[in-house]
Design a protein around this ligand. Structure first.
Ligand code: CMP
Length: 139
């Protein structure tokens, strides 16, 4: 089915000027960027976005990192977009990511792993609504 997923190009990637190279990977895989904006989160906003991880040992570091430089938030649309995006990103830890994936090519570590993508339809809907209004989604 035609799906939408939420994506973030993270601070390690915007710092290294990799937005275009990462977007090319999405587009080459058949994902359409139907919304996109570059913003810089506060640590509190990053904390709210990642609140499911609040009890994890890396939570504070994760929030600091996500607020450390601009991010690019996106909505990607396509057939099976959630799974397709996860395939293009590769495993969370770049050491485990398949060759050719975004994380294999660009990520620096498990924390600074260049991209985030929603893991399920329910989280995609919540994450899209956190960053975008309906008017900003232009299929
Ligand atoms: P993401 O898909 O954005 O969702 C949660 C993030 O937590 C994950 O990508 C990683 O960047 C980060 N993360 C997961 N495990 C660790 C870890 N062991 N140390 C630091 N950050 C982590």
């Amino acid at each position: 089915a035609l799906e939408r997923t939420f994506s973030i190009i993270k601070p390690d990637a915007t710092r290294r000027n990799l937005t275009g190279k990462i977007n090319a990977k999405f587009e080459d895989a058949g994902l359409r960027i139907v919304a996109q904006k570059r913003i810089q989160l506060t640590k509190a906003q990053a904390g709210e976005f990642y609140k499911v991880h609040a009890e994890r040992p890396f939570y504070d570091e994760l929030c600091e990192f996500m607020a450390s430089a601009p991010i690019v938030c996106q909505v990607l649309e396509g057939e099976g977009a959630i799974a397709k995006n996860r395939e293009v990103m590769g495993a969370t830890n770049p050491a485990d990511a398949a060759p050719g994936t975004i994380r294999a090519e660009f990520a620096e570590s498990v924390g600074e792993n260049s991209v985030h993508g929603s893991d399920a339809p329910e989280t995609a809907a919540v994450e899209i609504a956190y960053f975008f209004s309906g008017l900003e989604l232009v299929g």
